[in-house]
Structure formats: C-alpha cells, structure tokens
Design a binder for this molecule. Structure first.
Ligand code: NAD
Length: 391
C-alpha cells in the first residue's frame, strides 16, 4: 500500500524569502511529503495573501500561533506531521517550543536560537515531550558527507590530528543592510541574529561539518571575531582555533567579506595516515591523500564493492546513488536527504514507535545546543583577548 503522504506546515517563507525555496522543493522530492499549510509572514494580511499565491493550494494562517493552535487540536493523520521553521533566528524559539509542547515534530533552521540558554530550554522541552526535532544543517545531507564520516570514524585514516573547516562568502562585502536588503538586515542585527552574524550564520555550518565528519567534539575554543565594514553592528569575519576531544586541533573559520567567494565551504581533515578533503561546491566526491600515492577521488555513484584503501564498502554507501554519477546532486538533494531521514523518524513517532533522532543522519536539538554554546564561547573569547574557553 502506498504510504500516506506526510503533511508539512511551514512557518516563514513569504515575501521574497530565501531558504524556504530549497526546503519546499526538498520536501516534495520523494512524493511522500507535501506542504499543506503555512504561516508565511509576520504581517497577517501578507501571510494570507502569500499563501494564496503559493504554487499549489495550501491553507494559509495569519500567524504561526493560529496555525499551531488549529493543528494541535487535530488527530495524527489529519494534522500536520511536522512543521518547518524558516524564519530569522529570533523567530525560531517561540514557535519551536510551542510546537514541541503540542507534540508536533519540528524541523528548524539554524542557528537554532539567538541565545544558548534558549537552546537549552528547547532541548529540555524536546526531551520531556519526546518529539522528533531536526535542524537544517544542510551539508550533512550530502552523500559525500556521510561517506567521509564513515571513512574517518571507522579509523581508516588513523587519528585526526588537525582540521581546517571553513565557510567563505563575499556577499556582505558591502553594507547591504543599509540598503534594506532583507536577508542582510536581520543577520547583522544582534536582536534578530544573536551574538554573531558570520559565526551564527555560517560558522555554525563549519563547526557542525567538522563534528559530523570526525565524530569529535570541540572542547576548547579561542575566538577572533572581526567586523570589517564600518558601522556594521555584528561581525562579518569569524575565526576560531579549537582543541578537539581526541587532543587534535582545528581551525573553524568563516567570512562574509571575501569577494568572489560564493558558498566556498569545505573541510580538510588531516589524520595520522592520510588526509580527507570535502568541498561543498564540489560535493559529488571526496579526495583522499595517502603518503607517496596519487590522490584518490571517490565519486558518488561510483563507489561499491571493495578497494585496497577502503576494504569492503558497506551497502548503504553504494545504495545512495540517487542518480548516476556525473548528473550532479547538489544543495537541493542534500536538503532532500535530511527531510527523507527526518520523515522516517516522524513516521515512527506517529506509529508510537521508538525513533532515533540521534544526529547520525541530520542534526538534532543537542547539536543546536552545541552550536549555540560554540558561537557564544567564541564571542566571549574574542572579547577577552582570545583566551581559551572550555566548552
Ligand atoms: N541551512 C541553510 O543552508 C540556510 C541557508 C540560509 C538561511 N538559513 C537560515 O534560515 C532562516 C531564514 O533565513 P532566510 O535567509 O530564508 O531569511 P529571509 O529573511 O529570506 O526569510 C525569513 C522569512 O521569515 C518570515 N517571518 C519573519 N517573522 C515571521 C513570523 N513571526 N511569522 C511568520 N513568518 C515570519 C519573513 O517574512 C520571511 O518570509 C535563518 O535562520 C537562516 O539562518 C539556513
């Protein structure tokens, strides 16, 4: 029997918003999820008119409070199966905790809140209400991220010594916020973005990618947080030097003023026996470098069986060939993989079964608590002469 199509309610995303678009495409990738309702804007009239303009019929709500209240009264099967939150950072905590308290699973954008204390409160509510909660750390959804995680955490390259995890952009090299550009305006306002612009916006991705690929935690952080654009309220350049839970070291860095850089995100993981390179703008493959050997490129869709470095390759690695290699997956597929995995946990939750939500396929609420603590510690360190702060 075909699966019941899961219903998704969207919060935020009207009026020329950005990240709602890849999400809504990713929700529809498999035919097993669809957007059915939304509270698309902070202005009730715009929220309703934007819902009427949506590409296919959905039910509009004038506010997320109205949506949560109405949906919470419905039984599972009729109500939304999960909510997607794609509002600016300062509008994550309130809808998220209300949804969790109503027993509705949440897939929320990062950074999870504007303060670590809110993330901790939210995590407690998730634990108490036992609801699936996912965070949109997009890049975890690449096949190459899963593959790299398997290679590193299975010890094939030996212990991690040092990593360079970076996310370089150039779009805030001018004061776009002074022109009223929507995405720049709230990101550079501490009340709406949190303690850091660059660190919260993209430093969290570099941080999460490192933890996901290596399975290690950041235990100490030194921060250097800079603002190159005069008059800007928050940082546009975020650099940290970190100690890892195995004693290794890492540079976790991000910038938004490096002109020409689009979404130049990547990580180099240097281990005792070799190194691994992953790049988001070239995310169909990973490169392994072993001493005295030519570089090895492993391409999505071209990995299977066994080889002299990897040994036997587990089935799931080959099974993730969604389309033949050379027909590039990218950002949307990464989002789809996250929603696909989240769907599995939501279906188990609906059926009253145990679900995992363990952070191995998409980021969970504990990852959100950690990325918030990391950013706040980096900012605190920067204000105190870059002293080492324990996480
Ligand atoms: N995972 C990623 O790769 C990625 C990429 C970009 C943005 N993000 C995150 O996604 C979130 C949104 O970013 P964006 O660039 O799409 O922002 P945006 O400014 O383009 O869109 C925000 C949307 O939220 C709406 N909104 C604001 N307050 C609301 C309220 N009270 N009720 C309903 N809607 C409300 C706005 O009207 C707008 O439609 C941020 O947290 C950001 O950090 C993540």
């Amino acid at each position: 029997m075909p699966k019941r199509v899961l219903k998704v309610g969207v919060i935020g995303g009207g009026g020329g918003a950005f990240i709602v678009n890849p999400h809504q495409k990713a929700i529809h990738f498999d035919g097993t999820r669809r957007v059915t309702c939304a509270a698309l804007h902070q202005d009730p009239d715009i929220a309703m008119s934007e819902a009427r303009k949506w590409a296919y019929p959905i039910k509009g709500y004038p506010s997320y409070d109205a949506m949560i209240e109405a949906q919470a009264k419905l039984p599972i099967g009729e109500r939304i199966d999960y909510a997607l939150i794609v509002t600016p950072n300062f509008v994550h905590f309130d809808p998220a905790i209300k949804l969790v308290q109503a027993g509705i699973p949440v897939f929320c954008e990062k950074p999870i809140t504007v303060k670590a204390s809110e993330a901790i409160e939210l995590a407690a509510a998730v634990k108490k209400n036992k609801v699936p909660f996912g965070i949109a750390h997009t890049y975890l959804g690449h096949w190459s991220s899963w593959f790299a995680r398997w290679i590193i955490t299975s010890g094939k390259l030996g212990a991690v010594r040092w990593c360079d995890s970076y996310y370089l952009q150039g779009w805030l090299a001018t004061r776009l916020e002074s022109e009223g550009q929507m995405q720049a305006s709230w990101r550079t306002d501490p009340k709406m973005a949190g303690a850091s612009c660059c660190g919260g916006d993209i430093g969290t991705h570099a941080y999460m990618q490192l933890r996901f690929l290596t399975g290690l935690e950041v235990t100490y952080v030194r921060g250097m947080i800079e603002t190159f654009l005069k008059g800007r309220q928050l940082d546009d350049h975020f650099t940290t030097y970190c100690r890892l839970s195995n004693g290794g070291r890492a540079l976790i860095r991000a910038t938004q003023i490096a002109i020409g850089n689009k979404n130049n995100m990547g990580i180099e993981v240097n281990c005792e026996k070799g190194s691994l390179i992953w790049k988001q703008e070239d995310s169909e493959r990973i490169t392994i470098r072993l001493p005295g050997e030519p570089d090895r490129d492993y391409w999505r869709g071209e990995v299977g069986g066994s080889d002299s470095f990897l040994g036997k390759i587990p089935g799931w690695v080959a099974d993730e060939a969604t389309i033949p290699s050379g027909h590039g997956e990218a950002f949307h597929d990464a989002f789809a993989r996250l929603h696909r995995e989240f769907e599995k946990d939501v279906r188990k939750y609906n059926a009253g079964r145990k679900f995992s939500c363990d952070g191995s396929k998409y980021a969970n609420i504990q990852d959100g608590v950690k990325h918030m603590k990391f950013v706040e510690a980096a900012v605190k360190s920067a204000k105190n002469g870059s002293k080492n702060i324990r996480l």
